[in-house]
Design a protein around this ligand. Structure first.
Ligand code: SF4
Length: 389
């Protein structure tokens, strides 16, 4: 609904413009979008790589949208049959000091609330040498930190020949590039192998940070979500990480108000996150995705209740985050500097994923510096350093 509103708004603002739609909605419901007279073309998630080559055909004389038959607008293939990753070699990121490298796309897990396996297809990995080339290129362009991203990066390499694991990829990156600092994107609980945990907690070139989707602390909710672990297994993984590196940033995703979630289930989530050494929480109230099995579950929760539960969890998350960041006051942290603020101060991100601000008169954008942490910023979510070294 929001996308369609935006399309109409863009057209009203400039009726001569061509509107090209892509992404998950376009992949799943191309005909719905192609039927909108304002839309000129609809590209699927794989075909969007070709948008630039199509642009010459979209001249102002070729009237936007209206003159094209809906079926001719659609460039969307069956993504479930696609076996390769989009080729996205990127050398720089505007306004970002950290670089993001996609190593994988798609997912085979079919969690009951998630549309991604239908919109992005099966799990596919970027071949090892392509990842290495991309990172070498980014290092040559001055990037100090690379974040490995994907839909389900813990599945990395299972489709390659020979097969690889995320831990092996990580070791290859460290061995074959001069990258200063590597960060792993979100990792599913079942893919936190002992090997990967040891690698992240022991190697100084890997940021001490795990982002793990828990989604619920209730086993019965996890089961209905089609997530194949228990709250206790999750607890053990987090405790293993903490026992190996008590300063590691552990971020957790949670969904509140999943269909059938009782007060008891919600309390199980609260209890679990209160007990765990969590650095931050990302909480999302459940929202129905048409086409998923959770969307047709009979016991949907009132959205207002899902929001109330999300607020309760976020409050716990905020307290946990403050407890976590306070531990670094009086220590030195390495930050990759991101941007200047209007008050002559700079903001950077530490390896522990903590925003740090500090004054500096020089242009230090993109630099990697050690800073002495003096206090928690008054906004409560950042640390402050006195100066840059
Ligand atoms: S929630 Fe994550 S693991 Fe589950 S289907 Fe979606 S992308 Fe896959």
């Amino acid at each position: 609904m929001q996308s369609r509103k935006l399309i109409r708004k863009a057209y009203r603002l400039n009726p001569a413009c061509h509107i090209i739609v892509t992404g998950c909605y376009a992949q799943i419901n191309p005909r719905q979008l192609a039927d909108l007279p304002e839309v000129s073309l609809v590209f699927g998630n794989m075909e969007k790589q070709n948008i630039v080559s199509m642009l010459p055909e979209l001249t102002p004389a070729n009237t936007p949208g209206k003159s094209i038959a809906p079926l001719d607008k659609i460039h969307v293939a069956d993504i479930s049959k696609v076996k390769s990753c989009p080729d996205l070699h990127i050398s720089s990121f505007a306004e970002h000091s950290r670089a993001f490298v996609q190593i994988q796309t798609g997912c085979d897990s079919f969690c009951s609330y998630c549309i991604i396996p239908y919109a992005r297809g099966r799990s596919r990995s970027v071949p090892l040498n392509k990842v290495i080339e991309q990172i070498k290129d980014l290092v040559a362009h001055g990037y100090h930190e690379v974040v490995l991203t994907g839909i389900h990066i813990g599945n990395y390499g299972r489709d390659l020949n020979p097969k690889l694991t995320l831990a092996q990829l990580t070791e290859e990156i460290l061995g074959r590039t001069k990258l200063h600092r590597l960060r792993l994107g979100s990792i599913e609980p079942l893919e936190l192998s002992d090997e990967l945990i040891s690698l992240v907690t022991e190697n100084k070139r890997i940021c001490s940070h795990f982002h793990i989707p828990l989604q619920s602390g209730s086993d019965s909710v996890l089961k209905r979500m089609n997530r194949h672990y228990t709250a206790d297994q999750f607890r053990r993984s987090v405790e293993t990480i903490f026992s190996q590196d008590s300063k590691c940033a552990i971020g957790i995703d949670l969904i509140s108000g999943f269909p059938g979630e009782t007060e008891q289930d919600h309390m199980a989530s609260i209890k679990l996150v209160e007990q765990l050494p969590v650095g931050y929480l990302h909480v999302f109230p459940y929202s129905k995705r048409p086409g998923t099995s959770a969307a047709i579950m009979v016991d949907q929760i009132n959205p207002a209740l899902a929001k109330t539960r999300a607020a309760q969890l976020r409050e716990i998350g905020a307290k946990k985050q403050q407890q976590y960041i306070r531990r670094f006051v009086g220590t030195e942290l390495e930050v990759v500097v991101e941007k200047a603020r209007s008050d002559n101060s700079w903001r950077g991100i530490s390896a522990e994923y903590i925003p740090v601000s500090f004054p500096c008169n020089d242009n230090i954008s993109g630099k990697c510096l050690m800073v002495a942490i003096t206090a928690v910023h008054k906004n409560g979510v950042e640390l402050q350093a006195a100066h840059c070294n």
